[in-house]
Design a protein around this ligand. Structure first.
Ligand code: MTE
Length: 302
């Protein structure tokens, strides 16, 4: 029998298209993996393992399995209830302790900040996860434009609360949804403002037209449909911390060793997979972000 040439099986070994393969490169960031992208070059078994372990989540699941309480408390209803959400015109006001307060229209944002693809894991505090190919840009680029003053040490994010369009606002929660980051966390290159997924503008269910993405923190830190970004001197209140302070801290870094008071965070269910997998410290971004927490107890600062 004719031996199969390795090059003939190349398209099959990954069960992914080239784009997905390339996406893994940005996840693992290794030069060796990059080299494997050259035509005709076959990844090693070790490289294949890394690549296959973080396959992109399919677009349908990303758009239809959501947490967005302003629309619905039920994850599979959000996309139905939000489908006609009006996001044009849209403005994001950036103000507070800045030299150059600015209100950006969505067009200003798209014109001023080049959009790039970022493939990130998203880990929800509830114990499920996805891998999402975002389009967006580093938040630091926008902060550079407004120029935080020396007193600014935190950033507060506020998302829209539109009673005409969002039936979930009838639930008794401390609306609007707010989140916060320390300024150095906000300036970290991994922190992005996302405007799209899989080369399409964000769906309302994913936070159209613009949302925060902080991949090393639990998903609830990533506020959707942002309208205000305020630079402040004090640690801001956050939506989930106001509701249940013992369960949801300000930091909310993904950490398999710090359990939620009601469940373990050691493992997660990747959407599309049957078995649970181990959760990674800082959601796998330790190298990029651990310096932000040097000398801090991650347990006390949960
Ligand atoms: N932002 C707003 N405004 N309202 C929300 O209910 N849910 C958060 C976060 N951002 C939420 C939000 C939670 S709990 C998670 S896990 C992520 O959005 C989910 O993002 P996704 O539905 O796009 O996957």
């Amino acid at each position: 029998m004719k031996e199969i040439d390795r090059s003939e099986i190349t398209p099959k070994w990954l069960y992914m298209n080239r784009r997905q393969f390339l996406s893994k490169v940005s996840l693992v960031g290794g030069a060796a993996v990059l080299a494997a992208c050259a035509p005709g070059v076959i990844p090693t078994a070790e490289e294949e393992k890394i690549i296959l372990s973080d396959m992109l989540t399919d677009f349908e699941s990303i758009k239809t399995y959501n947490n967005y309480y302003e629309f619905s408390l039920s994850k599979d209803r959000v996309h139905v209830v939000s489908k006609d959400f009006k996001t044009d015109p849209w403005q994001v006001e950036v103000y507070g302790l800045v030299e150059n307060p600015t209100t950006f229209s969505m067009q200003d944002i798209l014109d001023q900040f080049p959009q790039e693809e970022r493939i990130y894991r998203l880990r929800c505090v509830e114990g499920w996860s996805m891998v999402i190919p975002w389009m967006g840009f580093p938040l630091s680029k926008l902060l550079d434009v407004v120029k935080p003053t020396a007193e600014a040490t935190f950033v507060r994010f506020q998302t829209i609360a539109d009673f005409d369009q969002m039936p979930g606002l009838d639930a008794n929660f401390p609306w609007p949804y707010q989140e916060g980051l320390r300024l150095d966390e906000a300036m970290n290159d991994l922190t992005i403002l996302a405007t799209g997924i899989y080369d399409e503008p964000l769906s309302p269910s994913n936070g159209a037209p613009i949302r925060l993405v902080v991949p090393w923190k639990y998903g609830f830190k990533s506020g959707k449909s942002l309208i205000k970004i305020e630079l402040v001197a004090e640690q801001p209140h956050t939506f989930w911390n106001l509701i249940a302070p013992r369960e949801y801290g300000f930091y909310s870094n993904v950490n398999p060793d710090v359990a939620h008071p009601r469940w373990s965070q050691a493992t997660e269910r990747r959407i599309g997979e049957l078995q649970r997998r181990p959760t990674l410290l800082f959601n796998g971004y330790e190298e990029e972000v651990a310096y932000l927490y040097e000398g801090m107890s991650l347990r006390a600062n949960y």
